[in-house]
Design a protein around this ligand. Structure first.
Ligand code: G3I
Length: 351
C-alpha cells in the first residue's frame, strides 16, 4: 500500500496528474444571439481582425449567423485597377462565412464612395461607362456565385430630401442607373438576392418615400429587386415611432427587409471627454430592444432577411473615427464582453 502510494506519488510528477478543474464552460443551453433569433443575426466584418483577433473570431462564431463584408467587396478594394481584381480580403470573409455556415451578405457593388481612382479618372462615352459598371457587377457577382446569398447592389443613391444623389454614376450612366445595375446583377446570378441599401429612412420621410417609390416602380417595370436594407445607424434619442414607421412601411412592400448596419450611439452630441453612465447603458439597452422587437413583430417571417450590426464590438466600430468622438454603439465592449445592449438585443429577439 505504502509502496503504491510512493509509486503513485513519484509517478504523479509525470502521469497521475489530475487535470485542474476545467473553467466552467458555457452551458449548451446558454442563450446566444444566433440560437435565440428566428432570422439571421449578422455583423459587418474586417478580414484583418478575423485573422488577428481570436476573441473577435470567437464572438462571431458563437453569437452570429450572418456576415456582411464591411469594406473588402467595395469597388476600391475588390477592383483596384481597370484590369485587376483583388479577391484577397473578400475571400477571407466569404470563406469564413461559408466554413462556419453563416449567411453571407455582399456589400456593396455600386456606391458613390469607395470608388477607385481608375474609375474617377475614366474617360469614355456613355457606352464605355455602361460597360464599365456592367463588367464590374457581373465579374464580382459571378466570382461569388453560390457563396454569397445576397448583395447590396446599389448603396445610398438618394439624398435626405428624397432626390437622386448626384454622383459619378448619375453623371455618366443617367438617373435610371440603379435599375440597370439590378438587371446586370440578376443576369450574373439568377438566384442571388438583390438589395437596395440606404440610411436615414427612420428620420427622413422624403428619403423613405423615395426608396419605397423606387421599389414600387421596379416591381411595376419588372426590374429584379428582392429586398431593401435599412442601415439604421441610430442613437438612443431617436423616437421608436419613427423607427417602427420605417420598418412597417418597408415591410409593406412585400420585399425582404434587412436592418443592415445597426448601431446605437450614446454620444450623438459628440460631447468631449464623454464618459458613459449606467443610465446611458440602460437607454441603449432599451433602444436595441425596441428596434429588434419592432423588426421581429412588424416584418412577416417570410420577409425577415435579418438584422446586422455594423461591426462587432465598440473597439472596431466605425463610429469613433467617423464622429471623431468617444462613442460605444454596439452590444459588445472593446474586450468583446456583453454589455446591457447585448441583453437588450437578446430580449428583442425572444418571442
Ligand atoms: O485599408 C486602407 C489603408 O490601406 C489605407 O492606408 C487607409 C488610408 O487611406 O485607408 C484604408 O481604407 C479605409 C477603409 O475604411 C478600411 O479601413 C478607408 O480609408 C476608410 O474610408 C474606410 O471607411 C469605411 C467607410 O464605409 C468608407 O468605405 C468604414 O470602415 C466603413 O465602416 C464604412 O461603412 C459604410 C457602409 O459601407 C455604408 N453605410 C455607411 C457605413 C459607415 O460609413
Amino acid at each position: 500500500m505504502i509502496r503504491n502510494l510512493l509509486f503513485c506519488t513519484l509517478l504523479s510528477l509525470t502521469y497521475c496528474h489530475q487535470p485542474a478543474a476545467q473553467p466552467s464552460q458555457p452551458t449548451a443551453s446558454e442563450h446566444t444571439l444566433r440560437s435565440t433569433a428566428a432570422f439571421p443575426v449578422g455583423a459587418a466584418i474586417s478580414p484583418s481582425l478575423l485573422t488577428s483577433k481570436p476573441a473577435y473570431r470567437q464572438t462571431l462564431e458563437r453569437e452570429f449567423s450572418g456576415i456582411t463584408s464591411e469594406n473588402y467587396l467595395k469597388m476600391r478594394f475588390v477592383h483596384p485597377e481597370k484590369d485587376r481584381y483583388d479577391w484577397t480580403g473578400g475571400n477571407t470573409i466569404v470563406d469564413f462565412a461559408n466554413q462556419t455556415n453563416k449567411r453571407m451578405h455582399g456589400h456593396a457593388l455600386v456606391w458613390h464612395q469607395s470608388v477607385p481612382d481608375w474609375v474617377t479618372q475614366f474617360k469614355g462615352d456613355s457606352l464605355a461607362w455602361e460597360g464599365l459598371i456592367r463588367d464590374h457587377i457581373q465579374t464580382v457577382v459571378k466570382q461569388y456565385k453560390g457563396k454569397i446569398a445576397a448583395w447590396d447592389v446599389v448603396n445610398e443613391a438618394f439624398l435626405d430630401d428624397g432626390t437622386l444623389r448626384p454622383s459619378l454614376w448619375t453623371e455618366h450612366l443617367g438617373p435610371d442607373f440603379v435599375a440597370r445595375c439590378f438587371q446586370y446583377a440578376r443576369q450574373a446570378d439568377p438566384s442571388v438576392k438583390l438589395f437596395y441599401n440606404e440610411y436615414g429612412q427612420e428620420y427622413s420621410a422624403k428619403k423613405l418615400a423615395a426608396v419605397l417609390a423606387m421599389a414600387a416602380d421596379f416591381r411595376k417595370r419588372g426590374i429584379p429587386i428582392d429586398g431593401i436594407g435599412l442601415q439604421m445607424h441610430t442613437h438612443i434619442d431617436h423616437p421608436d415611432a419613427q423607427i417602427e414607421n420605417a420598418i412597417r412601411q418597408t415591410a409593406a412592400t412585400g420585399l425582404l427587409v434587412h436592418i443592415s448596419e445597426l448601431d446605437v450611439r450614446i454620444n450623438q452630441a459628440k460631447a468631449a471627454n464623454f464618459v458613459p453612465t449606467d443610465a446611458l447603458w440602460q437607454r441603449q439597452k432599451a433602444k436595441f430592444t425596441a428596434i429588434v422587437t419592432a423588426y421581429r413583430t412588424l416584418v412577416p417571417a417570410a420577409q425577415q432577411h435579418g438584422i446586422t450590426t455594423w461591426n462587432v464590438s465598440d473597439g472596431d466600430s466605425w463610429i469613433p473615427s467617423f464622429c471623431q468622438c468617444q462613442d460605444f454603439p454596439l452590444p459588445f465592449d472593446k474586450d468583446f464582453k456583453k454589455k446591457p445592449a447585448y441583453e437588450g438585443l437578446l430580449s428583442g429577439l425572444k418571442p
